[in-house]
Write a protein that binds this ligand. Structure first.
Ligand code: SAM
Length: 283
């Protein structure tokens, strides 16, 4: 059996990276549930996927940066609701210092959320938590969900971490449009890969891709400004390679890439934008 049989297995995969970071003496974050949630399958994916181990830095850096940005927006913008799309095995409602009054809503495919509910049944989240089992490409269901949340919230931060590459450009544009029909949905934090990264991923994992919706599609050449026509402007963009340097969790041979772009200056932006984290605001 292939290590990734279904798109939701990617949630176990990234949880395994969070477990690896948690177990370091100098960990940037501690996710006490990551090892339990990743399970044997998560570990197997890390072990067997080509460059599985050396890809850890990207998820660890993403977790650190999303933690920082979520807390910053929640604390400074009086956010009343966080809507986490494709939440997978993320445990922020259990591990971050969130206000008890905050409403946190997790949305993902049914099986992975049922698995997570069973594993975390006895753990109490820091804020109120609602779990919605839904396929986010089901337009009618998601529009109904967004309308319901829009009606009960004033200041919503939408988070989608590790979702966008798995959707097509049309699917993500339509999602962006649906989100922007709700005035309360003020901010959206997401990650984006570049066309350069997409090319490398497709080559590296060509044998693994294609099973159970594990396919990489979306990699906009224009980066986060892709979302402008759909009602979103860019507030902040952070580069994973720069953040990796700051956090001392760099991609393998980052020093070599840095050396190369010093010589080939025109490649600097390609390197910087390989994988980015973007905070958008509704226009
Ligand atoms: N955000 C989580 C994290 O960072 O740990 C999970 C990221 S995981 C790489 C991708 C997640 O997207 C999986 O949990 C998968 O089930 C979810 N996903 C992919 N397509 C989806 C869809 N159409 N509807 C709902 N969830 C989806």
């Amino acid at each position: 059996m292939a290590p990734i049989e279904h798109i939701s297995d990617t949630a176990r995969w990234v949880a395994a990276y969070r477990a690896m970071e948690t177990e370091r003496a100098d960990a940037h974050f501690r996710d006490p549930y990551a090892r339990l949630l990743a399970g044997e399958q998560g570990e197997k994916i890390v072990r067997t996927l080509p460059r599985g181990m050396s890809s850890a830095w990207a998820v660890i850096v993403r977790t650190c940066v999303f933690d920082e940005m979520i807390l910053q927006v929640v604390q400074t913008q009086q956010v009343d609701t966080v809507l986490n799309l494709a939440s997978g095995l993320d445990t922020r409602p259990y591990r971050l210092p969130l206000p008890a009054s905050l409403r946190w809503i997790e949305v993902d495919l049914p099986d992975i959320l049922t698995y997570k509910e069973e594993k975390l049944a006895d753990i109490k989240p820091a804020c109120s938590l609602e779990i919605v089992k839904m396929d986010l490409v089901d337009v009618t269901s998601r529009q109904a969900l967004f309308s319901r949340i829009g009606a009960i919230s004033q200041r919503v931060l939408v988070v989608s971490e590790g979702l966008s590459p798995y959707l097509t450009s049309d699917q993500i544009a339509s999602l962006a449009q649906d989100l922007s029909t709700q005035p309360a949905f003020r901010w959206w934090l997401l990650d984006l890969i570049s066309p350069f990264a997409l090319q490398r991923i497709r080559k590296l994992w060509k044998k693994q891709l294609g099973r159970g919706r594990f396919v990489f599609h979306f990699a906009p050449a224009e980066g986060a400004t892709f979302f402008n026509p759909y009602g979103w402007k860019v507030l902040e963009v952070r580069s994973s390679v720069e953040e990796g340097h700051r956090l001392k969790r760099e991609m393998p041979f980052a020093w070599f890439w840095r050396f190369l772009v010093k010589i080939f200056k025109e490649k600097q932006e390609i390197f910087r934008n390989t994988y980015i984290f973007a905070l958008l605001e509704q226009i």
